[in-house]
Write a protein that binds this ligand. Structure first.
Ligand code: NAD
Length: 475
């Protein structure tokens, strides 16, 4: 349980977690498509053992108390910081995201920040009644064993969002990483386990059946799930069996509305990164942009200029800030949606085609305009580097368009008049509405979706409450 203070090299870290040669499942470098590691394939029997270990470890972990658990979470953050560079390199190879820009190194920085914030956030008992009628207070107890099921786009950061508050509140955790990005998550869990007691945190790396097994497990008390809406619905069905409490962070199709008084040049960089962070593979990225007719062409031109000047390439190249799609299925979705938009009269302002000279899964940064609601590139989650820009003339229509889909993770309003932007924001159906930015997160500000984007909150005090059970002490 003592963390190496020296930074390990990437290969040493990988060898700690990967399956022996000839075993496991091959994992490809997302940019080069070369095999770079082998993921252990755990079975449902391994899952049962992990849940049993988590159950056995939970009372002792809870009994340590907040102060000692918080101290261990700080040490865990130190350990992640010490191994941030090899973890970022592993993540870059497996996920495809560049080291630089708001990508792999940024993701490791966020892991340490969210660990420390979960450690430091107080959650005091709430006194509900304290008068001549009596005394009642609400305290927050651990739920028990938390199953943490994650996606492949921000596998480490989202893993920490699930793990850190759960551990802080005295739960033990079984992690099921995405089958697309198991090695970086296993490596991060190994680093955390250099400081955590045995059984408190276990990762089970397997296919979708292992996720389904974890969600349905009779000895799991809470599921933290981040992934697609379709899988979220299946998890809700499983919870009818085990009554597990759920936090569901599901898909998004975030709209941005640019009001006529916005300054296209002033907002263009933030609009661009709101849409293209992690090469568009981000749940709360800007996925459809509604721009007022009077400035539409200027906004489109400014976005296209940035798109053309922003380097895309292999993640390990220090110059790259955009990368490939992580997997072939996602690449096919993006290509199909853009081709379909073109066939329906959409105008490709820049991009609009694969970038084979960069590698198999690279798709050029794409801006498509002359599209309307109803075009699949607008109506479904593209989750890649292709932004549809839709022209509007009446802000009421733009608000109706933004609200018409069954998704409600984030949204944004762009304007030089903050009061007007806030009035429009209040009309949008989304868990978060940003003004003159899109996608910025803070570890103390709750984050979660509405409608098809799921329910439950992460981060801050609300995030701690969601991995606890409230208990009333009365009398
Ligand atoms: P996915 O739903 O395909 O997979 C997510 C995880 O669920 C994987 O670990 C998978 O193995 C597991 N899984 C699959 N079937 C399961 C089942 N029946 N029961 C339990 N677990 C099961 O999602 P993905 O393709 O990895 O991620 C992309 C999606 O995630 C996008 O829609 C994106 O918007 C969403 N996402 C949301 C957020 C958010 O915070 N709201 C963040 C990131 C990604």
């Amino acid at each position: 349980m003592s963390a190496p203070t020296q930074t390990l090299d990437e290969r040493t870290l990988l060898d700690r977690v990967q399956a022996p040669a000839g075993e496991g499942r091959e994992i490809l470098d997302a940019a080069t498509r070369e095999v770079f590691g082998r993921a252990p394939v755990h079975t449902v029997a391994d899952l049962d053992a992990a849940v049993a270990a988590a159950r056995a470890a939970q009372p002792g972990w809870a009994a340590l108390g907040h102060e000692r658990r918080s101290a261990l979470l700080h040490r865990a953050a130190d350990a992640v910081e010490a191994q941030a560079e090899p973890l970022a390199r592993l993540l870059s190879r497996e996920q495809g995201k560049p080291l630089n820009g708001p990508n792999a190194r940024f993701e490791l920085g966020a892991c340490a920040t969210w660990l420390r914030t979960a450690a430091d956030t107080p959650l005091e008992p709430e006194v509900l009644v304290d008068d001549e009628t009596g005394h009642a207070e609400l305290v927050y107890r651990p739920v028990g064993v938390v199953g943490a099921i994650g996606p492949w786009n921000w596998p480490l950061m989202i893993g920490i969002w699930q793990i850190a508050p759960s551990l802080r509140m005295g739960n033990t955790v079984v992690v099921k990483p995405s089958e697309h990005t198991p090695l970086s998550v296993l490596a991060m869990v190994a680093v955390l386990n250099d400081v955590l007691p045995d059984g408190v945190l276990t990762a089970v790396s397997g296919e979708r059946e292992v996720g389904a097994g974890l969600a349905a497990h009779p000895d799991v008390d809470k599921i933290m799930f981040t992934g697609s809406t379709a899988t979220g619905r299946k998890i809700i069905e499983s919870s009818a069996g085990n009554l597990a409490r759920l936090t569901l962070e599901l898909g998004g199709n975030d709209a941005g509305i640019v009001l006529p008084d916005a300054d296209p040049q002033a907002i263009a960089q933030d609009l661009f990164w709101g849409a293209f962070i992690n090469t568009g593979q981000t749940c709360a990225a800007l996925k459809r942009l509604y721009v007022h007719d009077s400035i539409h062409d200027d906004v489109v031109a400014a976005l296209a200029e940035i798109a053309e000047a922003t380097p895309m390439g292999r993640g390990l190249d220090e110059d790259s800030v955009l990368g490939p799609l992580q997997n072939a299925q996602q690449y096919d979705i993006v290509r199909r949606l853009v081709d379909d938009a073109k066939a329906r009269g959409g105008r490709v302002v820049t991009g609009g085609e694969p970038a084979p000279e960069l590698g198999e899964l690279f798709y050029r940064t794409t801006i498509v305009t002359d599209v309307t609601d109803g075009v699949p590139l607008v109506d479904s989650e593209q989750f890649g580097p292709a932004l549809p820009v839709i022209r509007y003339t009446d802000v009421d229509d733009a608000v109706a368009s933004a609200n018409r889909l069954d998704a409600g993770l984030g949204a944004s309003v762009w304007s030089s008049d903050r009061d007007e932007a806030r009035r429009v924001a209040a009309r949008l159906e989304a868990g978060t509405v940003w003004i003159n930015q899109h996608g910025g997160l803070h570890p103390m500000v709750p984050f979660g979706g509405v409608k098809g984007s799921g329910y439950g909150l992460e981060f801050g005090v609300e995030g701690l409450k969601s991995v606890a059970v409230p208990q009333v002490i009365s009398g």
